[in-house]
Write a protein that binds this ligand. Structure first.
Ligand code: ROI
Length: 172
């Protein structure tokens, strides 16, 4: 009985992928600081981190260019626990949730993939909406996980091959 309870509370070890984006208040520093903060979440270990990428805004063009990156982690947190931890980091780094849809932001942390799960609840859609068409998501992800299969969408390599760079470039 004790053994069973311990096993339940330990959960399953899941590999998840996070998309990072920023276009306000020193985006490079925002992304680096977010990386450190994610690695410090209790029960999360970083497995890989992509290069930083410069990207032009998708959506309204009257906003600064973005810096994007992708991170791979492993965790026993549930998807919702992970989401809440990422939202807390966004808030700590000055994210204000208001105003224009697709407007500028100090920090955006999206759960791109959570194991091989497809999740569709009010707060969380995984694989992340638009993942398959966004160069600033696909290319950083491909850098750290070239063999990945996206649940419901197929091989990441095939999605990358079909996705123009749209001005995306790796930062030195
Ligand atoms: N555009 C780019 N290039 N990078 C982003 O991370 C990003 N994030 C967003 C929207 C506003 C859709 N545009 C973006 O949320």
């Amino acid at each position: 009985m004790i053994g069973l309870n311990m096993k339940d509370s330990m959960g399953t070890l899941i590999t998840a992928y996070i998309g990072l984006g920023s276009n306000l208040d020193n985006p490079v520093a925002q992304i680096k600081s977010a990386r450190t903060a994610i690695g410090s979440i209790e029960g999360v270990s970083e497995l890989a981190f992509s290069s930083l990428y410069h990207s032009v805004p998708m959506g309204p063009q009257d906003q600064p260019d973005y810096v994007n990156a992708a991170l791979c982690l492993e965790t026993r947190l549930t998807s919702i626990e992970l989401l809440r931890s990422l939202q807390a980091i966004e808030t700590l780094q000055g994210r204000v949730r208001q105003g224009e849809r697709w407007g500028a932001r100090t920090l955006d942390l999206d759960i791109l993939l959570y194991g091989d799960q497809e999740i569709d609840v009010p707060d969380l859609k995984v694989p992340h909406t638009g993942l398959a068409e966004r160069s600033f998501v696909l290319y950083p992800l491909f850098e750290i996980a070239p063999q990945l299969i996206i649940p419901g969408k197929g091989l990441l390599a095939d999605l990358v091959a079909k996705c123009p760079l749209d001005g995306l470039r790796q930062l030195a």
